[in-house]
Design a protein around this ligand. Structure first.
Ligand code: MRU
Length: 345
């Protein structure tokens, strides 16, 4: 039942167009590097790991498109395309991580190699990044599943599911695995204004998997916690600093604060490719600002006066002190995070 969010099919990059879900399930081919950039920017493909994998394949798309005649020309085109794709979205570090991996392979390729040889080498690396994501997500599911007790209520924000990765997710991987193990639990999905990734994508994925999910407006989370319906929060991450401060979808910080106020453990699920060791804390994480129209005219209908001022950061940073644990592919990391992160990285 897992989705296939991204695939490299006979030299073509195919993605699910997530802007059409849940009413339309449609795959599209991205044939130019501009199309890849645009798909990332407009959230046709989104979620930190999925953005990274798409960008890695996006470099292959660029080389296919430009048809460089030598290794040197291919290297030039690759770096131009990588610099360009790096401008698509600033917060998810997986984008830069994947582009750097591809650049590293290209730069280290033998000087005598031709453009076709370099392309094959890069194709292997992109496929490796894709395959690693599948495995890492399953390992996250395995490590996290014991945290969901029989009968628990779990709250999640945004979409950290198969649609945010190659096929299995991070926060949702924990739920998928617990469900596969036969555990019964209930998920509350925040709808996640303004782009409704929780309503459109998380609810869709969990229902497809046969997991009991209830959609709530973002401003309902404190009330369901007070009613005793939530025992655990699990969210994904776009970038985690060396001290555990975590950037994730706007509204995640609110959820962490109210979970703390209700003594509910708040977990982050993320692969090591989402950690940014160059940042000592979350204050340096670049936060993407989105188009005001996503707030005032989301999904077609106008919901605010013309010309109203809008502030729309796409992400916020949850301080490490509010995080009970970080579920990774190697282990669940516990505070103090500066130590546990540096030990496991
Ligand atoms: O703007 P989006 O939809 O790309 O934001 C996605 C999130 O914030 C996810 O929670 C995060 O990328 C983790 S995905 C495994």
């Amino acid at each position: 039942m897992a989705v296939q969010t991204i695939r490299w099919d006979n030299g073509s990059l195919i993605i699910i167009d997530q802007t059409l879900l849940p009413t339309q399930y449609s795959e599209i081919a991205l044939d130019t590097v501009e199309q890849v950039w645009h798909a990332i920017k407009t959230l046709k493909v989104r979620g930190a790991p999925a953005i990274g994998v798409s960008a890695a394949f996006g470099l292959l798309v660029a080389l296919r498109e430009k048809r460089p005649g030598s290794r040197e020309a291919a290297l030039r085109e690759l770096h131009i395309a990588a610099d360009y794709l790096a401008t698509s979205r600033p917060t998810a570090v997986n984008l830069f991580w994947a582009l750097d991996r591809m650049r590293g392979v290209a730069d280290a390729s033998p000087a005598g190699e031709d453009a076709a040889g370099l392309f094959r080498r890069l194709e292997e690396e992109a496929l490796r990044i894709c395959e690693e994501d599948r495995k890492v997500c399953r390992a996250i599911g395995e490590h996290g599943a014991p945290l969901i007790a029989e009968g628990a209520g779990v709250l999640t924000h945004c979409n950290a599911g198969g649609l945010a990765t190659v096929d299995y997710g991070t926060a949702l991987a924990v739920m998928f695995r617990a469900h596969e193990l036969g555990r019964t639990f209930q998920v509350f999905a925040d709808e996640t204004r303004p782009l409704l990734q929780g309503a459109r994508l998380t609810a869709w994925e969990l229902m497809r998997a046969g997991i009991d999910v209830t959609l709530i407006c973002d401003n309902t989370a404190a009330q369901v916690m007070r009613e005793g319906k939530i025992q655990l929060v699990i969210v994904g991450a776009d970038r985690i600093a060396a001290n555990g401060d975590t950037a994730n979808k706007i509204g995640t910080y609110n959820v962490a604060l109210i979970a703390h106020a209700h003594n509910i453990p708040f977990y982050v699920a993320a692969p090591f490719s989402t950690f940014d060791r160059t940042l000592p804390d979350g204050s340096g994480i670049p936060i993407e600002l989105r188009d005001p129209a996503e707030v005032t005219r989301g999904f077609g209908s106008q919901t605010a006066p013309d010309q109203v001022k809008v502030y729309s950061p796409a992400f916020d940073v949850t301080p490490a002190r509010l995080i009970a644990g970080i579920i990774t592919e190697k282990a669940v990391l516990y505070p103090p995070f500066t130590e546990s992160i540096s030990r496991w990285l």
